[in-house]
Design a protein around this ligand. Sequence first.
Ligand code: PBG
Length: 330
Amino acid sequence: MSFPITRLRRLRKTATIRNMVRETEVNRNDLIMPYFVLPGENIANPIKSMPGNFQLSIDKLVEEVRDLVTRTGVDKILLFGIPAEKDETGEVACQHDAIVPQAIRAIKAELPQVMIVADVCNCEYTKHGHCGTIMDGDVDNDSTLVTLAAQSVTLAKAGADIIAPSDMMDGRVAAIREALDANGFSNTPIMAYSAKYASGFYGPFRDAAESAPQFGDRSTYQMDPANADEALREVEADLEEGADMVMVKPALSYMDIISRVKMTYNVPVVAYNVSGEFSMVKAAAANGWIDEQRLIKEILTSLKRAGADVIITYHAKEFVLSELEKGNRV
Ligand code: PBG
């Protein structure tokens, strides 16, 4: 009978030793909380498929962001807009008084310390729900670059701290960088949704943002879930065009991509733990099938372990609140 010399269990024996050798920890500084804003006053429409999330009017959004910052210390948010009226090209989003620029100014007036990431895309603003201008039955790349650049400048003027294009047009980072620089925003970083897949996990978001495509799907511009090498080409292109951070989206089924991007490029990697990933946890928890807070911590920790430096997640607020309640450092 021989006995093991290497006993990995030695370093698992007590909570203290486990705490000492732990490789990865999620910190509130890593997290970005997304919000949906719409016109009107005193509105908080619950999003059915995303329990605990709401479409908020600006007054309610400011209240909510104040609550987030004071109770959790999470001071980074991502904004999506639901406009009063949509058009064919998304130009409604390029106006000074578009919904997101208004929301940014309102938040900055009351909570200047909050970092605002502005999602840049046309799908919430077009009647057809696609991310750009339609020509011959498909999204036209180069005319869409014009609206994306204009929308980015409007958002930067309103006070957005980071511009985050999520449209997947070729050349959008270069077009946006050039427009920002030409308008005096050379210090505004671009967080590019670089490896964004055509994913079924966005289902609940499209209810929340009222942005479902009215015909076809997004597979002529978003990536095929079967591809990994192509994700590295997307990241490389965005970095060459001037992206400061790159994103992988969705997160959980794409941890191999997060890991490869992190190992290949020395840049901050953002993981977007998307709506469908959030809603699956909520649905299982509502049925009593899983320990919700335990699962959330495991998911966020796994994303950091895979190589994500930053995580965009609808769980941000509840995660930090739950950790604080347990007396954990977060
Ligand atoms: C806009 C956009 C989408 C998401 C973020 N930005 C939807 C889409 O591409 O259809 C999805 C976010 C989520 O599911 O949480 N293009």
